[in-house]
Design a protein around this ligand. Structure first.
Ligand code: CP
Length: 301
């Protein structure tokens, strides 16, 4: 089994992973992968995903090989991506891979015989981010079913957004897609939401939806996905959630503010101490969910 895209993970599989993450967090299950070694290949920068996979595997007793840039490998001498991956797969029991190239994780899964986990491929997918997001929603709201969720920011290039939308869609949610016009979600996703019967609203105004939703999921405008600085400058400060804005609203009782992080300035730091701010808890939940993912893929449960 591989984890490449939220499109191909069923609702039952998501629910099982959430249940397992909960058992791991509350220590009602013992899992040991002390005889397993996992390669963490990060060809793009990462703080949370790389370190939380490393933490998750080590907390289960396993070991990791961490490659954080291609220039520390023989890619620098002209070795192909395929040869590098096939070679690494001779040493380890699973591969976690992040790349700026869309499809890199799927390609990897096609050329090796061990489980592959997509830790983010370009603007395409980041499935374990969505799984930890769904775990966070379940913990905070009691259920993912029928939630009203606003997703704000870069909906065009945000891989966390695409994975989350496909994950949420399996739970009959209502979506509010808030972005500048140039960063709207890609049309084929809207078509798929229509086909799945998911109600969604599109707009560019946060304040009109703050009091409507159970969850607001804010994302960064990603400088690295723009063709040039000028295009980025035009939209970079489109949204900012402030403490004053939150405190002026009559929010739902369990309103939850999430962000996959890193943030730039789209949520001011004075929001962090509000009870609704869940983004650092979300990062912590990533360890439990990634323990659940590794244990499942390595056949340890
Ligand atoms: N959320 C997330 O993917 O963060 P990193 O880029 O730091 O891994």
């Amino acid at each position: 089994m591989d984890i490449i895209s939220m499109r191909s993970i069923s609702k039952d599989e998501i629910t099982s992973l959430i249940d397992l993450a909960e058992k791991i967090e509350f220590r009602s299950i013992d899992i040991n992968i002390s005889d397993r070694l996992v390669a963490l290949l990060f060809f793009e920068p990462s703080t949370r995903t790389a370190f939380s996979f490393d933490t998750a595997i080590k907390r289960l007793g396993g070991k990791t090989l961490l490659m954080q840039e291609a220039k520390s490998s023989s890619v620098q001498k002209g070795e192909s991506f395929a040869d590098t991956i096939k070679t690494v797969s001779q040493y380890v029991d699973a591969i976690v891979i992040r790349s700026a190239v869309e499809g890199a994780a799927r390609y990897t899964s096609e050329i090796v015989d061990i489980p592959v986990i997509n830790a983010g491929d370009g603007a395409n997918q980041h499935p374990t981010q969505a799984l930890l997001d769904l775990y966070t929603i379940k913990k905070r709201q009691g259920t993912v079913e029928n939630r009203k969720v606003a997703i704000v920011g870069d909906l065009r290039y945000g891989r966390a957004v695409y994975s989350l939308v496909y994950g949420l869609a399996k739970f009959n949610v209502e979506l509010y897609l808030i972005s500048p016009e140039h960063l709207q979600i890609r049309p084929y996703v809207r078509d798929e939401l229509d086909a799945m019967g998911i109600t969604y609203h599109q707009g560019d105004d946060i304040s009109s939806v703050l009091e409507e939703v159970d969850i607001m999921y804010v994302t960064r405008i990603q400088r690295e996905r723009f063709a040039g600085q000028y295009e980025y400058e035009k939209v970079k400060d489109s949204y900012q959630i402030t403490r004053d804005m939150i405190e002026a609203c009559n929010l739902k009782e369990n309103f939850t503010l999430m962000h996959p992080l890193p943030r730039v300035n789209e949520i001011t730091t004075d929001v962090d101490s509000l009870p609704c701010a869940h983004y650092f808890q979300q990062a912590k939940n990533g360890v439990y969910m990634r323990q659940a993912v590794m244990a499942t893929l390595l056949g340890a449960v």
